[in-house]
Ligand binder design. Structure first.
Ligand SMILES: Nc1ncnc2c1ncn2[C@@H]1O[C@H](COP(=O)(O)OP(=O)(O)OP(=O)(O)O)[C@@H](O)[C@H]1O
Ligand SMILES: [Mg+2]
Length: 418
């Protein structure tokens, strides 16, 4: 008997990544780091030129104060001109595509240890890397495809992340129904409507069952940025006056500091020199001094992690401190109400996107049987309220929030390459 073809799925996420394979006819996520099936999409590059480290090890190297650069949210660079740039890492200058290549190459090394010789991959992709720009979308996928080829895959296909999640959901259904997948991740929110059924599981070509897809560039890293800008950045001088009270502090320092994939720009450019000047004419120099110390000590990612931790806490409680004492000398408070006000605009866009995917499928909300919610940010109460308001009375189901897309990609790979 011919040996079964070795296939895999790769979900390269803005915040977390997974790799999946088929074992005994079932899709399984493989352990990527010390027994864990999710790998935080993080790379730490040591200042001394040692090879980079990945995932939790990267975050640990940074938080323990090792000299070097942490990079997170790298997937966001795929949909921007940043992807064609280089960034300074200590004495070296490294292209973003190389950093992505190292990260995906690391996942491929883990895969080799579990299932050697895998050449067939289905890679997940958001419905849109870039909004309203078909060419930019194609370019982003091409970059990812080239990286997959460079790390050793030969047969590379792409699948929309929400469709992969639908295939995973389909493994649990016992009757035909229309499902709306709502995947709210770290960088994008993606939506697909599919007809799923027990019989569908064995069909390779599902085009006729995919009724519509839509995606927007809104995700958990945006919610982090907005929480940071409203609750944290004012303690570092955002909104204070400079230039003898005539002008407000420039916004760009705070946007960079609050945006995961832009933090390192503050360390590499002229920020410290310029802020040293600005401080002399500032109405509240103490706040600018704090900002200067954060940049000098490279605490940007620590602040972002404290903000993210508080955001996650707010999914369970109504108020929580944002623990910044180690970074800036004071903690600040966040409440669910202030958070929900700060993120109201992007959350409204999610509501509009649900209406749009229904329109693309030519369906009314009451024709949807189940909404399957996945992605880490689908835990947010404001997102769940938004989905309930958009589809009153619908059944909400959730599964493995961080693993559904990855699991579905292996199922897709097995059927496509069979
Ligand atoms: N309990 C929670 N409440 C709110 N947000 C959460 C919670 N748990 C995780 N998150 C957020 O979920 C996001 C990560 O989700 P996920 O791993 O699904 O994203 P991703 O797949 O990496 O991103 P994408 O699919 O957009 O590329 C992060 O922004 C994280 O802060
Ligand atoms: Mg995802």
């Amino acid at each position: 008997m011919a040996e079964a073809l070795q296939v895999c799925g790769v979900d390269f996420g803005t915040s977390n990544s997974t790799v999946s394979v088929m074992q005994n006819g079932r899709a399984q996520l493989i352990a990527l780091e010390s027994g864990s099936v999710t790998l935080p999409s993080a790379v730490f590059w040591d200042a001394d030129g040692l090879p980079p480290v990945f995932g939790r090890a990267a975050i640990a190297a940074y938080t323990s104060g090792e000299d070097g650069r942490l990079m997170r949210g790298l997937k966001s660079a795929l949909g921007s001109s940043l992807i064609h740039e280089k960034t300074r890492l200590g004495t070296r200058s490294v292209a973003f595509t190389d950093i992505l290549g190292r990260f995906i190459g690391h996942m491929r090394d883990r895969l080799e240890a579990v299932q050697p010789g895998t050449r067939h991959v289905v890679m997940g992709r958001p419905v849109h890397f870039v909004e309203n720009d078909a060419e930019g979308d194609r370019a982003a996928q091409n970059v990812l495809e080239q990286i997959a080829r460079d790390v050793g895959f030969e047969h590379i296909a792409f699948q929309f992340e929400p469709i992969a999640a639908a295939l995973h959901y389909e493994s649990s259904v016992d009757a035909e129904e229309l499902v709306l997948i709502v995947d709210i991740g770290g960088g994008t929110s993606d939506f697909s409507i599919l007809r799923v059924s027990p019989e569908g599981r064995s069909r390779a070509d599902r085009d006729a069952d995919i009724l519509g897809s839509h995606g927007i560039r809104v995700g958990g890293t945006d919610f982090d940025r907005l929480l940071s800008l409203t609750q944290v950045m004012p303690t570092l001088g955002l909104g204070s006056l400079i230039n003898k009270g005539k002008t407000p502090m420039p916004m760009h320092y705070y946007i960079d500091l609050a945006t995961w994939h832009r933090i390192n720009f503050l360390y590499a450019g002229r920020a410290l020199t310029d802020l040293g000047q600005i401080k002399y004419d500032a109405a509240e120099p103490v706040l600018i001094d704090r900002l200067i110390r954060v940049i000098e000590k490279r605490r940007g990612h620590s602040i972002a992690m404290a903000v993210e931790a508080a955001k996650i806490e707010l999914s369970e409680t109504l108020a929580t401190p944002i623990r910044l004492a180690d970074m800036i000398g004071v903690d600040t408070e966040a409440s669910r109400t202030t958070f929900e006000t700060a993120v109201a605009k992007p959350v409204n866009r999610i509501s509009d996107a649900i209406a749009e995917v229904l329109a693309r499928a030519g369906l009314r909300g009451d024709q949807i049987g189940t909404v399957f919610m996945t992605g880490g940010s689908s835990s947010l109460p404001t997102i769940q309220d938004t989905v309930r308001a958009a589809l009153p009375g619908v059944r909400l189901a959730t599964g493995d929030l961080l693993g559904s897309v990855g699991t579905g990609l292996a199922l897709d790979a097995a059927r496509r390459f069979a």
